[in-house]
Design a protein around this ligand. Structure first.
Ligand SMILES: [Mn+2]
Length: 260
């Protein structure tokens, strides 16, 4: 079996470089020949709640998802910390597109598959990350029952949009600071390797695929598992391919694509 996975694309608006990358990934013939396509969170920089405005704002993306589903492709989506409370958005998508098979699309906090004698675990990465109490607190709040209800039923779309523009600016500055030099990357990379080790102890699998850290990494543990992270997609310009249990990074753009 062949699996293709991407995360942390952080599409802000239609037509930006991140969207070009995402659409090129979804149209890539190698990706389209996969048995399952995994979208592992933070695909969008801000998508919260089931607002149908997203269908118009990101019409190219939804058109491509429609194309893939029409071809019978399976898509698995894990919500990230920038794109969440979107389960009902996809329910609406399938209500509008009644010709599509909703069984081809799954959304879950993580996915576990068995192929080529390997148990492969797919997640966003925030669920396994250790040593980030501020983030854990934030996550507990935004996924709490009252806020989930608010995001799904009451929160107006324009409020999310203006909040997003504000927080995107903040995270741009933070990412610039945090992820530019090697000395800055190493602690994050090592914390994720350690997080994978701790996860593995309680949950033995052969492959752990995640994102969230924005640090691209492939690590073979002496305990007998592999950990792979595609990093910040706009930097790496790659995706993760797992074919018959063999893991590789593949370029999103082929020679014939015009590179951004
Ligand atoms: Mn994230």
């Amino acid at each position: 079996m062949k699996f293709s996975a991407i995360s942390d694309v952080h599409v802000k608006s239609s037509g930006d470089q991140a969207e070009v990358l995402l659409l090129t990934f979804l149209k890539n013939p190698d990706v389209q020949s996969s048995d399952v396509i995994f979208l592992l969170g933070d695909i969008f920089d801000l998508m919260i709640g089931p607002h149908s405005q997203y269908f118009a704002r990101f019409q190219n993306y939804f058109a491509e998802i429609r194309n893939l589903l029409l071809k019978g492709k399976k898509i698995c989506y894990v919500e990230g910390n920038h794109d969440f409370h979107i389960r009902n958005l996809y329910s609406r998508f399938f209500q509008v597109h009644k010709d599509l098979d909703p069984a081809l699309f799954s959304m879950a906090p993580s996915f576990e598959l068995f192929d080529a004698n390997k148990k492969i675990y797919f997640c966003h990465g925030d669920n396994i990350e250790l040593n980030n109490p501020t983030y854990k607190f934030y996550k507990a709040i935004v996924t709490s029952i009252p806020l989930t209800y608010y995001a799904n039923n009451l929160m107006p779309h324009f409020l999310i949009k203006s909040f997003g523009e504000y927080s995107a600016e903040k995270s741009r500055n933070r990412n610039k600071k945090r992820y530019t030099t090697e000395s800055d990357l190493t602690p994050v990379r090592d914390n994720f390797r350690m997080s994978a080790e701790v996860f593995f102890k309680n949950h033995p699998v052969q492959v752990i695929v995640c994102g969230h850290s924005h640090v691209k990494d492939y690590y073979v543990s002496s305990n007998g598992f592999e950990y792979v992270n595609n990093g910040y997609a706009q930097n790496s310009k790659t995706y993760i391919s797992i074919e018959n249990g063999n893991i590789s990074f593949k370029p999103v753009f082929s020679e014939s694509d015009s590179l951004p």
